[in-house]
Structure formats: C-alpha cells, structure tokens
Design a protein around this ligand. Structure first.
Ligand code: HPA
Length: 269
C-alpha cells in the first residue's frame, strides 16, 4: 500500500501548501507541456523521490510533477504515469490521482496516446473521451471496497462542452468517442481490434480508465483527451512500434498544448 498521507506531506513541502485546483496528466510522448508551466515552485519532482512511489517509464525517464501557473491558474502537471502493464498494482496506478486530490485538485485532465479504430481516425486525430470501456480492471470494487460506485457521469459534460468550444475557437479538429482501456502490455491483435470495434470502441489504449475511476470516487471532475498516434492493429497493414507512438506525440504536441492551455484558461473558478 502506498502511504498517501506521507506522499502528500512531502509534495506540499516541495511545492508549497496552497491548493492546486487543476491537475493535468500528460501521457506517452505528450510530456512537453510540462515545460510551459510558469513560475514552477521547485524543480520537477520525480515519482521515485516520493517514498513508496516506484519509478515509472521507459528508458529511466520517471514520471514527474511540476506545480506552478498555466494560463493564470494554479496547476499540478504530471508528465508520465504508472501503467498496469508495467506490473504496478491498481493502488499504485491510481496513487498520483489520489495525491492530486490531496493537493486540492477538483478538476483532472487526463491525456493519453491511443490507437485509432474508427474509420478515419488517422494518427494525429484528437478525441475527447465521451465514454470508455473498462477492459483493464475486474471490478470497481477493486477501487472502493464495500461500495457500489457508479461510473455514470464520469466524463464531465460541462468539461466536454468547454473543451469542444476551445477547439472550435482555435480551429483544432476535435472528435468525441469511446476509449477502450486494455491492460497490455502487448498491442492488440487484429482480431481483438475487430472485437473492440464491434463493442463500440473508437480508440484503444492502456491507461486512463483506472485513474478516471479513482478520480470519480474522489468526486473530481474529469476530462479525457486522447491523441491517436497510430492506426490500431489490422486497420492498416504496418506493424506497431512504441517509437511511432512517441513520434506522433511530438508532432501533435503544439496543437495539443494550445488546446490544453485554452481549456485550462476556460475552466470555471
Ligand atoms: N493500442 C494500445 N495502446 C496504444 C496504442 C494501440 O494501438 N497506441 C498508443 N497506445
């Protein structure tokens, strides 16, 4: 079990005690926006500096937080995250969200990289999560033992509206659809993608769902934004590689950055 109280106390000491009403999680290849944070309150704090938090990420690049200002709002920005496919248990995967809540977050923006399933969802497509398929965890009871939480309304309607308006104003095409969360670690087979398509999935990824469920349990308002970095398996014939995911993330980063900043600016106080 992660010691959340100790972790929150440690981060408060590093980032100052004032609350961060907005938390932003930047997914694979999307971490660049962390450098846009103004007046950072300390150098970045990596996950593994916090007692009980393991390192995470490829190539020794651990997830990290920066607290500061973005578009005039106090934000806690997290680049990188824990994944079930790295072998982390659910409580570790969800710990950063619980930590953000302990630091005052009321709004959580979760971004991720995904494979495009819906016809026309080519690499570079941006999609708001209107809904998800939880194919990663067995039961919401894994999060809130004893409760019977509802995932209805998890993806906040008001935030969806704000995000769509921001995209329209900026002239950035922004789709809406269903995110299928898979455990990984391997990319799906073409048969699995056909299955997911029939189940109603528009994109597929390996994150976000557990964090959103934990956030919901804590009463946070969630917005999910997915960048399609590749065609899902079998949609086109090219094989998938993690490097393509990172590359597509880099390419789309400027538009995604502008959109995220506009969303942060437009959030209700
Ligand atoms: N499948 C699962 N996760 C992913 C993909 C994919 O095609 N692309 C980026 N994350």
């Amino acid at each position: 079990m992660v010691d959340l109280r100790g972790a929150a106390a440690f981060l408060k000491e590093r980032l100052g005690g004032d609350p961060f009403p907005v938390a932003l999680v930047l997914g694979s290849g999307l971490g660049g926006l962390i450098d846009a944070v103004e007046h950072p309150l300390s150098r970045a704090v990596s996950f593994d500096e916090v007692e009980g938090f393991p390192a995470s990420g490829f190539a020794g690049h651990s997830g990290r937080w920066v607290g500061g200002m973005l578009e005039g709002r106090r934000v806690l920005v997290q680049a990188g995250r824990y994944h079930l496919y790295e072998g982390h248990p659910l409580d570790v995967v969800c710990a950063p969200v619980r930590l953000a809540a302990a630091l005052g977050a009321r709004t959580l923006v979760l971004t991720n990289a995904s494979g495009g399933i819906r016809p026309g969802f080519a690499p570079g497509t941006l999609m708001l999560l209107e809904n998800h398929l939880d194919l990663m965890t067995r039961s919401a009871l894994d999060y809130a033992p004893g409760g019977m939480p509802s995932a209805a309304g998890l993806w906040d309607d008001r935030l969806l509206g704000i995000a769509s308006s921001c995209a329209a104003e900026l002239g950035i095409p922004l789709e809406r659809g269903v995110y299928a969360g898979m455990r990984g670690p391997s990319y799906e087979t073409p048969a699995e993608i056909r299955m997911l398509s029939r189940l109603g999935a528009d994109v597929v990824g390996m994150s976000t769902v557990p964090e959103a469920i934990a956030a919901r349990e804590l009463g946070l308002h969630c917005l999910g934004l997915s960048l399609v970095t590749n065609h899902a398996a079998g949609i086109v014939s090219a094989p998938l590689a993690h490097a393509d995911v990172i590359e597509a993330g880099k390419k789309a980063a400027p538009a995604l950055g502008r959109l995220l900043r506009a969303i942060v600016r437009s959030l209700p106080e």
